[in-house]
Design a protein. Structure first.
Length: 131
């Protein structure tokens, strides 16, 4: 199964994935403890979410005695790329410029954002042979 085969990840499933992206492998109790630093999560809920993520192919596990240690199969970078492309396609008809223009027009872009965008464009141009 490839990252593109993975079904949609719900917002609550994403919270579990974020914990695993930060540190893994983790057992369900460790994940609950991490999540409880922000909000109150029930162990049963987390185990249900882990089951869903395993069934979707986003999370794998190793059995260690009676415990299960979970780890991400879907990388954070791959997820972010897939989700951002989906968002741009749905909201902006697949065009990135209107998104950036919206931020620039509302002064939401910082100098660091602009510098990073310039670096990305320069790297893309070099990759495409547009020196």
């Amino acid at each position: 199964m490839t990252d593109t085969d993975i079904k949609d990840i719900s917002p609550t499933e994403l919270e579990v994935l974020k914990v695993l992206w930060q540190s893994s492998p983790l057992n369900a109790n460790d994940i609950v403890q991490q999540l409880n630093q922000k909000d109150q999560w029930h162990e049963k809920t987390v185990k249900t979410l882990l089951n869903r993520l395993v069934n979707k192919g986003a999370v794998g596990f190793d059995k260690d005695g009676r415990a299960y240690n979970y780890y991400p199969l879907l990388s954070q970078q791959s997820f972010q790329s897939r989700e951002s492309q989906s968002f741009i396609k749905r909201v902006f008809g697949g065009k990135l410029a209107p998104l950036v223009a919206g931020f620039a027009g509302s002064s939401k872009l910082t100098q660091d954002d602009v510098a990073e965008l310039k670096q990305l464009i320069d790297a893309w141009e070099k990759e495409q042979g547009h020196d």
